[in-house]
Design a protein around this ligand. Structure first.
Ligand code: BES
Ligand code: ZN
Ligand code: ZN
Length: 497
């Protein structure tokens, strides 16, 4: 899909569809919409009077062969009330929803007209992000592509010649970020027979080489040499060997004393639960238990192109969680890379085990600030549903910075507590710590507290994306399935240094 900026007047555009958006207000026919209305001989005002055009959020009004325009169709999308409007967030959704609406009607190209005052780098970026992410489908393994529908070109209009440079910069940035998001979503969508830890590592290596990032893949031997006992304890349950991917971005002129960001992602390519096996119902979804790792790899892919000024080290521990004959059993005691001993009371709480070694290793490689992303707990779905990412942070200024990034890019995140009162939950009986709480609720916090044990004094943030990494229902602007959540926030966070 091509996205380009076009400064020609909208009435002269020969396109399958001219798209714009309308606010919900007493007279929705204003500004550029009034210009279209004039060209079309008062049609829009008539539609508004009759109640067909109200501006309600994501209302679609489609007009065929509109008079006075060269476009074959005119599509007006509701933008909601002006008081609630946020240009970037609003246009990301509108661009995505318009794309999916038109794609479903076999349209091949459209022009999106931004409203008066909305022609900025920020809105262009949001539009590119929305359109590219909306164009992603999960039909890779369908052999019948008869109904293959695709948007080939998107024109961005409403920018003057003076605004062109800003618009083009935004488009290129948005494209990089959404391509990276789709790269992550594609990995998440892969079933576990097509994406084992070894295959994920190969893909990570290929991506890193292509992007110009340095990469090292640790195999089972190297993992054993490093004494990553927590990761190995999960991997021992099945025949597929584990991998740890280490992808590093180093800026051209690193500043001495600058922070080094460590990004650690959980990549369990399939989580059966191990000996503490999960029920059959819905187990197929556990192929997405590697979404945290995929997100971090996607972040690195974007950073390689956006070139921030700080160093970033990405560590992705990967394994299956299987109940084989050699699998660990409830009550087993393992020694993590850090030397801490762990009572594994439930083999299904495996994400925190592999992250324990992941964060420890990222610190050893020089990370001064840590962020992990993981589909860690069903409990976060109980707490925040599929709406907010759960955020746990050991350092409030660092956490505030991440929350500000999440707001700026329109990804909903909500901070959860991890004060010392929760430390009780994971105190071990026969070893240092145990991998589940002692039946007092707060499951998502317990998971975070476990990882925290391995971060020491390093500022650290944990993102529990179990509820948000997968959409059970399609949204008007996004296909059903993997979302790539947290990627935009993390890219923004790194760029903010
Ligand atoms: N991968 C799961 C968490 C999960 C649940 C991800 C739902 C996506 C959707 C994780 O490894 C797990 O099984 N966690 C257990 C922890 C429990 C045993 C303390 C859980 O949440 O039930
Ligand atoms: Zn599990
Ligand atoms: Zn898991």
């Amino acid at each position: 899909m091509l996205i380009t900026l076009e400064t020609k007047p909208f009435a002269a555009l020969e396109t399958d569809a001219l798209v714009s958006y309308v606010f919900e207000e007493t007279d929705p026919v204003q500004g550029r919409i009034a210009e279209i209305d004039q060209a079309a001989g008062g049609l829009l005002r008539k539609l508004a009077k009759s109640g067909e055009l109200t501006g309600k959020m994501l209302e679609f009004t489609l007009v065929h062969t509109p008079a006075g325009l060269k476009a074959a169709r005119l599509l007006l999308v509701g933008a909601g009330k002006r008081e609630q409007w946020n240009s970037a967030a609003g246009l990301r959704k509108i661009a995505g929803a318009a794309l999916r609406y038109l794609k479903a009607r076999s349209v091949k190209s459209f022009a999106l007209l931004v409203r008066e005052g909305h022609a900025t780098e920020e809105t262009a970026q949001a539009i590119a992000e929305g359109a590219v992410a909306a164009n992603f489908e999960t039909d890779k393994y369908k052999t019948d592509k008869k109904n293959d529908k695709n948007i080939e070109t998107v024109l961005l209009v409403g920018f003057s010649d003076a605004e062109r440079a800003a618009g083009e910069k935004g488009l290129s940035k948005g494209r990089i970020i959404a391509d990276a998001q789709n790269f992550a979503r594609d990995l998440v969508n892969e079933p576990s027979n097509k994406l084992t830890p070894r295959i994920l590592a190969e893909k990570a290596e290929a991506m890193a080489k292509q992007a110009g990032l340095s990469v090292e893949i640790l195999d089972e031997k190297k993992i054993a040499d490093l004494k990553m006992g927590a990761l190995l304890s999960v991997a021992q349950g099945g025949p597929e060997p584990p991998r740890v991917m280490v992808v590093t971005y180093t800026p051209a002129n690193p500043k001495p004393g600058a922070p080094v960001i460590g990004l650690v992602g959980k990549a369990v390519t399939f989580d059966t639960g191990g000996i503490s096996i999960k029920p059959a119902d819905g187990m197929e979804k556990m192929k997405y238990d590697m979404a945290g790792g995929a997100t971090m790899l996607g972040v690195m892919r974007a950073l390689a192109a956006l070139k921030p000024s700080v160093k970033v080290i990405c560590v992705v521990p990967s394994t299956e969680n299987m109940p084989g004959g050699k699998a660990q059993k409830p009550g087993d005691i393992q020694t993590a890379m850090s030397g801490k001993t762990i009572e594994v009371l439930n083999t299904d709480a495996e994400g925190r085990l592999i992250l324990a070694d992941g964060v420890h290793y990222a610190k050893q490689l020089g990370a001064t600030h840590l962020v992990d992303a993981a589909t860690l707990t069903g409990a976060i779905v109980v707490a925040l549903a599929n709406v907010n990412v759960g955020v746990f942070g050991s350092d409030q200024p660092f956490t505030d910075k991440l929350l500000a990034s999440s707001k700026a890019v329109g990804e909903k995140m909500w901070q959860m507590p991890i004060d010392d009162d929760y430390r009780e939950f994971i105190k071990g009986t026969v070893a240092d710590i145990q991998n589940i709480g002692s039946g007092k609720g707060g499951g998502a916090i317990t998971g975070a507290m476990f990882i925290k044990e391995f971060t020491g004094d390093t500022p650290w943030i944990h993102l529990d994306i179990a509820g948000t990494a997968w959409n059970d229902d399609a949204k008007p602007w996004l296909a059903k399935g993997p979302t790539g959540v947290a990627l935009r926030t993390l890219v923004h966070l790194v760029l903010s240094y």
